[in-house]
Design a protein around this ligand. Structure first.
Ligand code: GTP
Ligand code: MG
Length: 460
């Protein structure tokens, strides 16, 4: 496509060794040519393509030097955007990059919108929409695992699956068309059977992709983990032990933590968004009461609860309240202060929470934390989904499209079961084909494209 010329600062703002200004579009090389001279007074076009050229950027209006730079131009189509591209490596730091950008904008480029370079890569057909989305995920990845999954997606893991399914659906549509155009009774039976077989194949594959959504969500957003327990059992001590820093205040006064404390931590590749809460108890103290309410709110949104009990004391009413609160939750139970004589019968807890993993810990002696981390890994990775050999759906938009596609193919299969007329079935198959096409961007509207790229950062 024939677009105008855009430019933006592609490196993060702040002081750094170098800063990069990127220019893309049909006049990119002209713009670069106007503002660059190398040491022998050659302009950019007189220099070799695809080579970093040492020289300086100047203002053509008054000839004043702006910064010493390395500059390169690369001709379309073998570039990120499939357009002519110029990149200026100037000194990092707010002033040099801003001054270079200003002179670029004065000489024929316009400031790029968020994600506009990647949007052009998509519109010019170098990558599809799911790959463009992967670019953003790569940049914002918080753990190695989520980075790896995004890299797979950029290399086409989702695109390939979706393309295969759309091909099957297209075959089904062709079959339906042919049967409508040339109706013969014996062929019709065959048509129904073969459509059913292929429809089930598509449904199965969509189901497999949807199975990965939970893992994908955790990789993307982090496992929301709430530490819960009555006051003084060692919740804040646990947070500190996991973070390996003294983040939360720890004292032997019950009711020390009043507000929630939220931190990110990476445990064996699993991103955890971990929350320490105020100890749950009935209290007249207004501030503490608010803290307890917030703890309960967070509990509702949690993917995982770490429930802490103090084994050096007998189970109290508050402990039983906690047990009730976590019964139907994914939870790990810590019996803490195991360095002190025990007054809790583990069997009693097991009786009330038969399906929960229980660990004895002494957080102050740093015992049992490894075990907790192992169990976390185990719980997370023992699910059906193995990250390494699977296409993982991490994107909510993809999930929604898959759910729609699933509904449509299920409708089609049901209609086939009831031997409904083929043109009714055709509509559902076509819808499924379109739902999947929205993932790769083949059938997507402009509004959705704009929305996706507006969430990108400037300069990407
Ligand atoms: N003996 C022993 N003491 C511990 C252990 N873990 C924590 N403590 C102590 O228990 C007390 C309470 O610890 P905190 O981490 O503040 O407990 P909390 O659950 O956050 O308490 P609140 O914020 O009041 O709800 C502190 O004096 C800790 O040093 C342990 O494993 N053994
Ligand atoms: Mg605390």
């Amino acid at each position: 496509m024939d677009f105008d010329t855009i430019a933006a600062i592609s490196t993060a703002p702040g002081e750094a060794g170098i800063g990069i200004i990127r220019i893309s579009g049909k006049n990119a090389i002209d713009v670069g040519d106007k503002i660059f001279k190398n040491k022998k007074q050659f302009s950019l076009k007189e220099c070799e393509e695809r080579k970093l050229n040492y020289g300086y950027v100047f203002n053509p209006k008054d000839g004043k030097k702006i910064d010493e730079v390395l500059m390169v131009y690369i001709k379309a189509p073998y570039t990120y955007t499939k357009e002519d591209i110029v990149e200026v490596n100037c000194h990092g730091g707010i002033i040099p990059v801003r001054r270079v950008l200003e002179v670029v904008l004065e000489n024929g480029a316009r400031l790029a919108e968020r994600g506009e370079f990647t949007k052009r890569a998509f519109l010019n057909g170098r990558i599809d929409l799911s790959q463009a989305e992967a670019v953003m995920d790569l940049i914002s990845a918080k753990t190695d695992t989520s980075f790896d999954v995004s890299l797979n997606q950029l290399e086409g893991s989702i695109s390939n699956e979706v393309k295969k399914l759309r091909n099957v659906l297209l075959g089904m549509l062709a079959h339906v068309e042919a049967s409508i155009d040339f109706p013969e009774d014996d062929v019709e039976d065959l048509t129904y059977n073969s459509l059913q077989e292929q429809g089930n194949f598509v449904l199965g594959k969509i189901g497999k992709l949807l199975d990965t959504v939970y893992t994908g969500k955790i990789l993307r957003e982090g496992l929301r983990t709430v530490i819960l327990g009555k006051p003084n059992v060692g919740k804040s001590s646990l947070l500190n032990a996991i973070l390996r820093e003294n983040r939360a205040i720890v004292t032997d006064i019950p009711g020390t933590t009043r507000d929630i404390i939220e931190e990110y931590v990476n445990i064996k590749g699993i991103p955890l968004k971990i929350v320490d809460t105020a100890g749950i108890r009935e209290t007249e103290d207004i501030v503490e009461k608010l803290g307890v309410d917030r703890a309960k709110e967070f509990l509702n949104q949690a993917d995982l609860v770490i429930a802490v009990f103090d084994t050096s004391e007998e189970l109290s009413k508050e402990d039983y309240d906690i047990i009730n609160l976590i019964k139907d939750k994914k939870a790990i139970v810590l019996l803490n202060k195991s360095d002190l004589p025990s007054r809790i019968d583990e069997e009693d807890i097991k009786k009330h929470l038969p399906d929960k993993r229980i660990i004895n810990t002494s957080i102050s002696k740093n015992e049992g934390i490894d075990k907790l981390e192992e169990i976390l890994e185990d719980m997370f990775l023992s699910s059906e989904v193995k990250i390494s050999d699977n296409t993982i759906v991490t994107n909510v938009r993809h999930r929604d499209q898959l759910l729609k596609a699933k509904d449509n193919i299920e409708d089609a299969l049901q209609s086939l079961d009831l031997s409904m007329p083929l043109d009714c079935i055709e509509v559902d198959i076509k819808n499924c084909w379109e739902n999947l096409g929205e993932i790769t961007g083949d059938t997507v509207g402009e509004d959705i494209i704009d929305k996706i790229f507006s969430e990108f950062c400037i300069g990407k």
